[in-house]
Design a protein around this ligand. Structure first.
Ligand code: ADP
Length: 474
């Protein structure tokens, strides 16, 4: 069933139910809350007394007294008077026996129900005939003994109830109509949202349909959530697609990168096997080429392993207190040796004192090597390599600097992404995973990695490690 139909149905049903409920409640609550005599009971009561007097065979003062006193015993709040056609009281249960003029009697009969509101006593005058003579039974009730709640309804004829029912019906209808308007307004907004959700196409290049709903209610919030969700899904999908294409490119690069050295190695190995070389020097040169290519392939395989570990989210760290000055000093010495003769200015600043902190030494070394290798590989034109170690009370930082081509601002935000390479077309340099690993290692130590680069002036990578690892994370 559609929401609209449901709304109409509930409207009609609840309107009908409210009316029925209103009727029943008025009667029940009226009965429960209004103690006393109902107006409709009084006439039959008076008539029953008149009937019993009229039916009595002997009619005298005693019989009259007996009848009226019995009635008073049953209804102590009511005063009963028997009056003859001259206006004289023949018996008064209050014992006052007043005399009435014709005018008095007429006034008692006039506008009887109004006396409910205006006078303290409500009189009901009932004519009687006995032995051919006219009499009146006057019963008088204090207004406080009457049922107050029924008055308004019972004094009106059924047809005149319309004047009550119609306004009542209209006043019931108004809130329902307002509710209906509100519901259909909400329904329209939900439909719009539904339609937009149906049409949401994350792959399409067409611009996203942005829904505009400025209201602050829940639907407005939902619409805004939808807009941001749709945008997010689109960008995330685009990112995934980009990631996928990078992955494919990486695979083709990788197979190329593995095949090229392999071809060279095969050529050299074949030459050595057949003895087809000039002298010992050429043999050494060929063996060196094979060794170099093997190392290169070994490195590539290491990086592939990193990728699969990264995919599995498998970067378990084992923290132990290490002297990081010692570690960086050892690595710097190694790089001094490697770069010997390359005409690269080496700027090493490592404090003499020991700096101890909890780290996973192999992982930290790997991160530092990735940073230094990058500085050498991508910054070699700058002919400068800086390795600095600084420490304050909370953090130890290793800074790696070069003065090479640097990283243009538009690439800087992406370089920690997996497979992101500034010059993605070039093969044989790397897989775009190195800095992602550096960042992972820094984060696993509750540290951070920062970068700043002014192309051809200075490129700085800085890894910050906390001196105290938060114990609850250990
Ligand atoms: P790769 O395996 O390509 O070296 P990285 O994640 O280590 O992957 O680096 C990502 C990219 O960032 C590199 O492809 C390179 O273009 C750029 N990059 C990293 N370090 C430097 C640097 N010191 N100078 C210039 N470019 C750099």
């Amino acid at each position: 069933m559609k929401l609209r139909t449901k709304l109409w149905l509930s409207l009609v049903l609840s309107a009908a139910l409210s009316m029925v409920l209103f009727g029943y409640m008025t009667v029940w609550i009226g009965k429960a809350a209004n103690k006393g005599y109902a107006l409709l009971e009084l006439n039959p009561l008076a008539q029953s007394i008149v009937d019993s007097i009229e039916e009595q065979p002997d009619f005298g003062a005693d019989a009259l007294k007996r009848t009226l006193e019995r009635a008073r015993e049953q209804h102590p709040a009511i005063r009963f008077l028997w009056i003859n056609d001259q206006g004289q009281s023949l018996y008064d249960t209050a014992g006052l026996n007043p005399t009435f003029t014709f005018h008095d009697l007429a006034m008692l009969m006039k506008n009887m129900p109004e006396k409910y509101f205006k006078e303290d006593n409500v009189p009901i005058l009932t004519p009687a005939t006995k032995d051919g003579q006219s009499y009146f039974l006057l019963i008088s009730i204090p207004a406080s003994e009457m049922k107050q709640g029924e008055v308004y309804f019972l004094i009106r004829k059924t047809t005149s109830l319309l004047t009550l029912v119609l306004p009542l019906f209209l006043s019931f209808l108004l809130p329902f109509l307002v509710a209906l308007w509100l519901f259909s307004f909400l329904n329209k907004r939900i439909r719009k949202l539904n339609l937009a959700l149906n049409r949401l196409n994350i792959q399409s290049d067409s611009p996203l349909v942005e829904l505009i709903d400025t209201s602050k209610d829940e639907l407005g919030q939902l619409t805004r959530h939808y807009n941001s969700m749709a945008n997010r899904i689109r960008t995330q999908f685009a990112e995934i697609q980009q990631f996928e294409s990078k992955r494919k490119l990486l695979l083709s690069n990788l197979s190329h990168d593995l095949r090229t050295p392999l071809t060279t190695m095969l050529g050299c190995a074949e030459m050595i096997r057949t003895g087809n070389y000039k002298d010992q020097k050429e043999l050494q040169a060929r063996a060196k080429i094979i060794l170099q290519r093997c190392r290169y392939m070994d490195k590539l395989l290491d990086q592939m392993l990193d990728i699969s570990r990264h995919d599995a989210g498998d970067l378990a760290i084992r923290l132990e207190t290490h002297n990081i000055s010692e570690l960086v000093r050892k690595m710097a010495a190694e790089y001094i040796m490697i770069l010997d003769g390359d005409h690269i200015e080496l700027d090493i600043e490592i404090p003499d004192e020991d700096i101890h902190l909890p780290i996973d030494a192999p992982l930290t070394e790997r991160a530092l090597r990735n940073m230094i290798d990058n500085a050498i590989r991508y910054g070699k034109e700058g002919r400068y390599l800086g390795i600095h170690l600084t420490a304050d009370d909370h953090t130890v930082s290793v800074i790696v600097k070069d003065k090479g081509k640097g990283i243009a601002p538009e690439h800087q935000a992406h370089i920690y992404e997996r497979f992101y390479r500034v010059d993605s077309g070039r093969q044989g340099e790397g897989l775009g995973i190195g800095l992602a690993i550096v960042k992972d290692i820094a984060l696993a130590h509750q540290g951070s990695v920062e970068m700043s680069s002014t192309p051809n002036v200075e490129t700085v990578f800085r890894i910050n490690l906390p001196r105290q690892y938060p114990y609850n994370r250990l």
